[in-house]
Design a protein around this ligand. Structure first.
Ligand code: BG6
Length: 487
């Protein structure tokens, strides 16, 4: 369906996220006929570009990354683009803040459109941006604001940002992005669990031994030191993406497919996470940092926009955590979370490891396993035991029953940002994080972060291109388990 006419104002509109993800996603929406003819994209930056400059930049940098089968559609898309130079932090009424009046002029007369402020900028700008947009008279009843991650770097800063943004926008107007929620498999997880009868009765500690949630990346962090030194894998990936996957895996069935019902259930999972604090971090968490190997530089030798400091040597580029959910369904079932840069493969998956059969009558069986793959290709695999063909003794073999989305469905699988932008334009916040969710996640992360900070020890080194430090293997090995790919 075509979304309501909108002015989509992107702060940080010429930045990396905008050029690599947002503009291609919007182009796809346009190409598929989902954007209303009047919809405009207004990029804000300090860059001093004209509309023509910005269109030229997008033509040069984005065109080759998207399928342009009809040049007319590409021209129509470029025609939607505008640029206004705006800097925040000076006050909308000051001379330095004069970009706001240029933006006001462009938006004037279009109050009947949805007005979306997409903040693809560092979190410290969220509060000032909203305040100045309000002072400039730009916030209409049809306005929404989209906040990119990271939402702060601990609970206190997240609360402050939420307060500042909440002073201008109602919670129902605030869309906090976690792009993992836009991935097809993640949404499919809910369908798999709640539109099929066979899984839910066994989706608990009686039948499930443990769950593994992995987001492994081959990339390092070149050029990102300024951000990454302050973030690390825990804040960059676990606080948001991995915990979101955990909540969707563990949540109780909501009564309705409705924004609040689903988010209510997710929050309850976060609130039930057993805190890990103080000396416990040694037992339940592992930190690693990649070192140079072959052609690959170590974290400390990656070219960065800022110099290497003492902080750089303390930051984790890998972490593995044994999380526990204290409720009836999950008591005693560990949820192992793991993420790292410069691992040997790019793979994100949720692995649900079932227990063994209660009584084995055939030798050689292995317990069932359900793998939900988010990356590289999206798909679902159920490993079941089957009999090897043959007339002799019964021999068992695990075989995968697999669903590859790419092979099963002919429709193009949209990128996460495309789905999420469509939802923003349609005003549907189900796949966005509510304030209490973000804060509950920080409440669990903060004590881990604090305990790490308090120890003198450094992250364990692991050579670039390997599966993480030895500690990560011990974390499971101690209870006789192993990471999925290592068996
Ligand atoms: C981002 C992180 O949120 O997610 C990056 O800041 C990370 O460090 C990226 O590389 C991973 O996203 P994806 O979709 O490639 O798994």
């Amino acid at each position: 369906p075509v979304t309501h006419a909108a002015d989509l104002v992107v702060f940080g509109g010429t930045g990396d996220l905008s050029m690599r993800k947002l503009l291609p996603a919007l182009y796809h929406s346009d190409r598929d006929g989902r954007l209303a003819p009047e919809t405009r994209v207004i990029a804000l930056s300090r860059g001093g570009l004209t509309d023509a400059d910005f269109r030229g930049k997008v033509d040069a940098e984005v065109r080759d990354s998207v399928p342009v089968d009809d040049p007319g559609v590409w021209q129509r898309f470029l025609g939607r683009l505008h640029h206004v130079s705006v800097d925040v932090g000076h006050g909308a009424g000051t001379e330095a803040g004069s970009g706001w009046s240029a933006l006001a002029t462009l938006l004037a007369g279009h109050e009947d459109r949805d007005r979306i402020f997409y903040l693809a900028s560092p979190p410290r700008t969220f509060g000032p941006f909203c305040r100045e947009a309000h002072e400039a008279g730009l916030v209409t009843p049809r306005s929404r604001v989209v906040l990119e991650k990271p939402l702060g770097n601990d609970l206190a800063s997240a609360q402050r940002i939420n307060d500042e943004v909440g002073a201008i926008f109602d919670e129902r107007q605030i869309f906090r992005i976690d792009h993992y929620l836009g991935k097809e498999t993640v949404q499919n997880l809910l369908v798999l669990r709640f539109a099929n009868a066979f899984l839910e009765p066994i989706w608990n500690s009686l039948w499930i031994d443990h769950v593994q949630i992995t987001a492994a990346e081959t990339v390092g962090t070149p050029g990102r030191r300024g951000y990454y030194d302050h973030a690390g894998a825990l804040r960059d990936m676990v606080q948001n993406h991995l915990l979101q996957l955990l909540t969707l895996t563990a949540m109780e069935p909501p009564a309705r497919n409705d924004r609040e019902a689903i988010r209510d259930e997710k929050v309850k999972v976060l609130q039930a996470l057993r805190p890990i604090a103080g000396g416990e971090v040694e037992r339940f968490t592992v930190r690693g940092q990649y070192t140079g190997a072959g052609d690959l530089p170590g974290y400390l030798d990656e070219p960065g926009s800022t110099p290497t400091t003492e902080m750089s040597s303390r930051v984790e580029t890998f972490t593995a955590i044994r999380a526990e959910i204290r409720n009836w369904r999950w008591a005693g079932v560990p949820f192992y979370l793991r993420t790292g840069k410069r691992m040997p493969y790019r793979r994100s998956e949720i692995v649900v490891q079932f227990k063994d059969v209660p009584h084995a009558i055939f030798p050689g069986g292995t317990p069932n396993r359900l793998v939900l793959r988010l990356q590289p290709e999206e798909g679902i695999e159920l490993h079941i035991m089957a009999k090897e063909p043959g007339a002799g003794e019964v021999a068992l073999q695990p075989v995968p029953m697999s669903l590859s989305f790419g092979e099963t469905f002919t429709a193009r699988v949209p990128e996460a940002y495309e789905r999420l932008l469509t939802d923003v334009l349609a005003g549907n916040p189900t796949l966005f994080m509510r304030r209490d969710e973000v804060e509950a996640a920080w409440r669990w992360i903060d004590p881990i972060q604090d305990a790490w900070k308090a120890t003198a020890g450094l992250p364990e080194p692991y050579p670039a291109g390997t599966t993480g430090p030895a500690g990560a293997h011990e974390l499971l090995g101690r209870s006789g388990r192993a990471w999925h790919e290592e068996e």
